[in-house]
Write a protein that binds this ligand. Structure first.
Ligand code: ZN
Length: 123
């Protein structure tokens, strides 16, 4: 019987441990890593990260630093008002609304009416 080796880590494999991927011979561990790449540095809180599908991960990558910071702040605080955000990040309301519109469009946050106030909450 031919001895199999994992193409990535080079460990010896018995027949039933072999996983094939794109013509490569992989052990179970490497196969897992190849098919489920883990992003090691995720700046978002676990709760938000859990909500992220693979698609949303790309979405998040196209946010600029300010939008990421705003989104993180909203997730951390669960609910904030426009005024709070303006003060906290020294933004004009127009500028802030533009940033929030993008986050809203990506379904990362949403506005919630509470009496006369509108609160911004994670989607
Ligand atoms: Zn391996």
């Amino acid at each position: 019987m031919k001895k199999m080796k994992c193409d990535i880590c080079g460990c010896d494999l018995s027949n039933e441990e072999v996983h094939n991927l794109n013509g490569k011979t992989l052990c179970e561990d490497c196969h897992m890593e190849e098919t489920h790449p883990v992003k090691v540095c995720n700046p978002l809180p676990v709760m938000a990260a859990k909500k992220m599908t693979n698609n949303n991960k790309d979405t998040e990558d196209c946010l600029n630093e300010l939008q990421k910071t705003l989104y993180k702040y909203i997730v951390d605080n669960q609910k904030v008002t426009i005024k709070q955000l303006c003060n906290k990040f020294s933004l004009t309301e127009v500028n802030l609304n533009n940033q929030l519109a993008i986050l809203r469009h990506l379904e990362l946050i949403k506005g919630k009416k509470d009496g006369n106030n509108v609160e911004i909450v994670p989607f």
